[in-house]
Design a protein around this ligand. Structure first.
Ligand SMILES: Nc1ncnc2c1ncn2[C@@H]1O[C@H](COP(=O)(O)OP(=O)(O)O)[C@@H](O)[C@H]1O
Ligand SMILES: [Mg+2]
Length: 153
């Protein structure tokens, strides 16, 4: 586990970009994001998607549940905020997306633990104050944790 302190939304977005660089060309990967509303999950995804797909228009798919970036899909962004159980996510076909040949990044992933592959990377966001967030990363694969340990974001 690695703990990172972000002092602005730009730093959180930049962390997403750094993680995007580390994950480029690697798939399948599942990133399980957790943390309360406005803790920075979507800010992180913005940086990730910009880096991997060059797309700038990124927002939480709160109502559509799933957004797909790149053709063929390079990043699949799932937001479980309005999902009440993993079965609901299964019913919209998300099971096939998680673990497919791309980077799957899931907000509110703690609601759908049953669907996460065993080797998923967990990223937890904690609100410290108006502009600071604590970000905890657990990466059993060590693809991102090890390099992040050795660099300044
Ligand atoms: N260090 C920080 N990291 C991320 N967001 C921050 C930070 N400081 C302030 N913010 C603000 O908090 C909000 C985070 O929103 P968002 O990334 O959509 O969170 P979530 O997806 O977790 O609901 C934004 O309004 C952003 O400007
Ligand atoms: Mg969000």
């Amino acid at each position: 586990m690695i703990e990172i302190l972000s002092r602005s939304w730009q730093e959180t977005e930049h962390l997403g970009t750094t993680v995007g660089k580390l994950l480029k060309g690697i798939s399948p990967v599942t990133l399980a994001l957790s943390g309360e509303l406005a803790s920075g999950k979507t800010s992180f995804v913005k940086g990730l998607v910009k880096e991997i797909c060059g797309e700038w228009w990124v927002h939480s798919p709160t109502f559509t549940i799933v957004n797909v970036y790149g053709t063929p899909p390079k990043v699949i962004h799932i937001d479980c905020y309005r999902i009440s159980s993993y079965r609901e996510l299964v019913s919209i076909g998300a099971e096939e997306l998680i673990g497919s040949e791309c980077i799957c990044v899931i907000e509110w992933a703690d609601k759908v633990k049953e669907l996460l592959p065993a080797d998923h990377i967990s990223i937890h966001f904690e609100h410290i104050d108006e502009t600071s967030r604590r970000i905890l990363i657990s990466d059993p694969t060590d693809i991102i944790e090890q390099p992040l340990r050795n660099r300044d974001i």
